[in-house]
Design a protein around this ligand. Structure first.
Ligand code: G6P
Length: 609
C-alpha cells in the first residue's frame, strides 16, 4: 500500500527520503517519486517500478533542497505509470497521498469547469489543485490544507509542500495512518515508524483528523477546526537492525525462522506452570472477560485464518459460540449481536482499513467490548480497542505474513485458555493445554528443521498451475493459510477445502496434474481424512501429506510423499503444521524466481477499502 515520507531539515533531504521509501517498500507498491523545494522551486522525479529506478533517475541529475516529500504508490485510480505516480503538482503545490478520495469525480468536474487541467488519472491530483486554489485565494499552506480536507470524502494521509512557503511540510490524516518523527533540528512525516527509524526513534502518532505543520525547528498539530492540540512523543522500540535481512535470502525466510523467538516473546510473562497469568488483558480485562457469552472475530487475510483456528479452540475448550468473518463483509452486514458478545479484531498492522472500519462499526452494535490482537502497539486498531493483547513478532517486512500468524495463534491460545479456565475446563486438561502452549516455540523450532525435506517437496510443485489443499477440523484453516501462502508468492492457483467436501465438487479437478496437499491431524478425524486421500489416489492425483509423526498413514506409492512432523500435541498442532506449509510456499516461489518479499499486486498493509 502507498507509503509516505517527508522531511523539513537543514541538510539535503532527497537521500533521506529515498532511504525512508526503501524502508517502506515492504508495504507493496508499483511506482515511486519525490519532490524537493529549493529556493522557491519544486524539483520532482518519478518512475514506474521500484524505488531504485526512481533513485537512478535522481542520481543522474541530483538536486539540492532541505524540504521534501516522497511516495511509493500502490495503484488504485489509474495504471502504474510516471504520470500517475506521486507527488502530484498544481501551481505552487506538490502533494503525496495514501488512501482513496471517494468524491474525487465531482471535485474534478468542478475544477475542470473552473479551467483546471489535469495531468493524471488519479484521485490525488484534485487535492493538489484544491490546495493550490485556496492558496491563490490568499490562504497560507496550513489553512489551505484544512480548507481542502473539509471538502473531502474518503480516506487519506497526505504530505504537502508549497514553493510559496519554503521550509514547511503540512500533513493530514483521516482513515489512513501518518506520524511525525522528531529529530534534532529536523522533523519528518511518515506512514509508519519504520520509514523514519534511520533518522529518529521519537515519534508522534497523529490522531484521526489531525493536521501536522512541521518545519525544521517546530511541530504544531491542529484539529480539523483549526485549534491547536497536544500529542505526546513516544520512543519507538524499533531498531534499524530489526529490519535488516542479515544472512537470509529474503525477509520472508528470515521471518519464518524468527518464529520460535517471536512466539516465545508473545508468551513471555503471560503463562506459567500453573496457567495463564492474571491481568494479561489488563485489570479491567479480567472483569470484562468474566461476562463473555460469545465471541465475534473480525479480520482479513492471514489474520482471518488465525481467527478461524481460534473458533475451533474457543468452542471446544471455553464452550463459547464463536463466529469469524472477513472484515470487508462484516462492516456492511447487519450482524446479530447476542448479549455478552466480545468483538475481537485481529490485525498484524492494526491499520487495515476494513478491520478498522469494522471495529468502528461494532461500536454501535452493542458488544460487551472490543479486544485487539495486534502487532503494532501504536496502531489505530490498538488505540481504539477496549482491551488489547499484543503479539510480539517484531516488524514483519515480507508481504506474505508468517510470524504474525503464529504469534496471533499464540495470543489467541492465551485468550482461549483464560476463558476456558474461567468457564470450568477440567483442571487436568487445562494444565495439559498450558504445557503444550509453553512448548510451542520448541515445537516450531523442530518443524523448521524439516526445511531440506520441504525443498525436495517444492520441486514437485514448480511446474504446476494449480494445487489443492485439504485439512480437517482445526487443520482446515491451516490448509487455507497454506494455500494462501502458495498463491500469494508463487502465483500458483491454490484452493483449500475441508477434506470432507472433496467429493462435493473439487474431486472433479483431481487428475495426474493436480497435486493435493493434505494436512493430516492425529486425532479422531484421521481415519476420515485417510478415506478422502484414497479418493484422490483412486483418481491418479499426486499426494503430498504433512502428517503427525505418530499418525498411522500408509505409503502413497509412486504418486505421493508423506512428511512426518511432530505436532507437539493436538492444541498447538495448527501452529506447528503451518511452518512446513510456509516453507513449501517460500521454496516453490524461490524456485520459480518470483519476487518473494514483494509479490505482484499485493500490499502489506491495506489502508484503503
Ligand atoms: C494484506 C496482507 C496480508 C494480511 C492482510 C491483513 O492483505 O498482504 O498478509 O494478512 O493484509 O493485514 P493485517 O495487518 O490486518 O493483519
Amino acid at each position: 500500500m502507498c507509503g509516505i515520507v517527508a522531511a523539513a531539515a537543514q541538510r539535503d533531504v532527497a537521500p533521506l527520503l529515498i532511504v525512508g521509501l526503501k524502508a517502506l517498500e515492504y508495504r507493496g507498491y508499483d511506482s515511486a517519486g519525490l519532490a524537493v523545494l529549493d529556493r522557491g522551486e519544486i524539483h520532482r522525479v518519478r518512475a514506474k517500478g521500484k524505488v531504485r529506478e526512481m533513485e537512478s533517475l535522481y542520481l543522474a541529475d541530483p538536486f539540492p533542497g532541505s524540504t521534501g516529500i516522497a511516495h511509493t504508490r500502490w495503484a488504485t485510480h489509474g495504471v502504474p505509470n510516471e504520470a500517475n505516480a506521486h507527488p502530484h503538482m498544481a501551481g505552487s503545490v506538490a502533494l503525496v497521498h495514501n488512501g482513496i478520495i471517494e468524491n474525487y469525480a465531482a471535485l474534478r468536474a468542478d475544477l475542470q469547469a473552473r479551467g483546471h487541467e489535469f495531468t493524471s488519472e488519479t484521485d490525488t491530483e484534485v487535492m493538489a489543485a484544491l490546495i493550490n486554489e485556496h492558496m491563490e485565494s490568499g490562504l497560507g499552506l496550513r489553512e489551505a490544507v484544512l480548507a481542502t480536507v473539509r471538502e473531502l470524502e474518503g480516506a487519506y494521509a497526505i504530505a504537502v509542500v508549497s514553493s510559496k512557503e519554503p521550509g514547511r511540510v503540512v500533513g493530514a490524516r483521516h482513515g489512513a495512518p501518518l506520524l511525525v518523527g522528531v529529530g534534532i533540528g529536523e522533523h519528518f512525516l511518515g506512514s509508519d515508524a519504520q520509514a523514519l527509524i534511520q533518522v529518529t526513534n521519537k515519534i508522534i502518532y497523529l490522531d484521526e483528523d489531525d493536521v501536522a505543520d512541521i518545519t525544521r525547528d517546530s511541530v504544531a498539530i491542529y484539529s480539523l477546526d483549526g485549534e491547536r492540540v497536544q500529542r505526546s512523543v513516544h520512543e519507538s522500540e524499533l531498531s534499524a537492525d530489526a529490519v535488516e535481512r542479515g544472512e537470509f535470502r529474503h525477509y520472508m525466510q528470515k521471518e519464518i525462522f524468527e518464529q520460535p523467538n517471536a512466539v516465545a516473546a508473545t508468551l513471555e510473562a503471560r503463562i506459567g506452570p500453573h496457567g495463564v497469568l492474571p491481568s494479561i488483558f489488563g485489570v479491567d480485562g479480567d472483569e470484562l472477560l468474566t461476562r463473555v457469552r460469545g465471541v465475534h472475530i473480525i479480520a482479513c487475510g492471514t489474520s482471518y485464518h488465525a481467527g478461524l483456528v481460534a473458533k475451533y479452540w474457543l468452542e471446544e475448550h471455553a464452550r463459547l459460540p464463536v463466529s469469524v468473518e472477513v472484515a470487508s463483509e462484516y462492516r456492511y452486514r447487519e450482524a446479530v449481536v447476542p448479549d455478552g458478545t466480545l468483538f475481537v479484531a485481529i490485525s498484524q498492522s492494526g491499520e487495515t482499513a476494513d478491520t478498522l472500519a469494522a471495529m468502528r462499526e461494532s461500536r454501535r452494535r452493542g458488544y460487551l467490548g472490543t479486544l485487539a490482537i495486534c502487532n503494532v502497539p501504536e496502531s489505530s486498531v490498538v488505540r481504539e480497542a477496549d482491551l488489547k493483547l499484543m503479539t510480539r513478532a517484531g516488524p514483519e517486512i515480507g508481504v506474505a505474513s508468517t510470524k504474525a500468524f503464529t504469534t496471533q495463534l499464540a495470543a489467541l491460545a492465551l485468550l482461549t485458555l483464560h476463558l476456558a479456565q474461567q468457564r470450568g475446563l477440567e483442571r487436568g486438561r487445562y494444565i495439559d493445554l498450558c504445557t503444550q502452549l509453553q512448548h510451542m516455540p520448541r515445537a516450531i523450532e523442530n518443524a523448521l528443521k524439516l526445511e531440506p525435506q520441504v525443498i525436495a517437496l517444492a520441486e514437485h510443485l514448480i511446474h504446476r498451475q494449480h494445487a489443492l489443499f485439504l485439512g480437517r477440523g482445526v487443520q482446515y484453516p491451516v490448509a487455507l493459510e497454506g494455500s494462501l501462502k502458495l498463491k500469494e508468492i508463487s502465483y500458483i492457483h491454490a484452493e483449500a477445502y475441508p477434506a470432507g467436501e472433496l467429493k462435493h465438487g473439487p474431486l472433479a479437478l483431481v487428475d495426474e496434474d493436480m497435486p493435493v496437499i493434505a494436512v493430516a491431524p492425529n486425532g479422531p478425524l484421521l481415519d476420515k481424512l485417510k478415506s478422502n486421500l484414497q479418493e484422490v489416489r483412486a483418481r491418479g492425483g499426486e499426494l503430498l501429506v504433512f502428517a503427525d509423526g505418530e499418525a498411522s498413514l500408509e505409503n502413497h506409492g509412486a504418486r505421493g510423499v508423506t512428511l512426518r512432523i511432530n505436532g507437539g500435541g493436538d492444541f498447538i498442532a495448527p501452529a506447528v503444521f503451518t511452518v512446513p506449509l510456509q516453507l513449501l510456499a517460500y521454496h516453490v516461489a524461490v524456485l520459480r524466481g518470483t519476487d518473494v518479499d514483494q509479490p505482484r499486486n499485493l500490499a502489506k498493509s491495506v489502508t484503503v477499502e
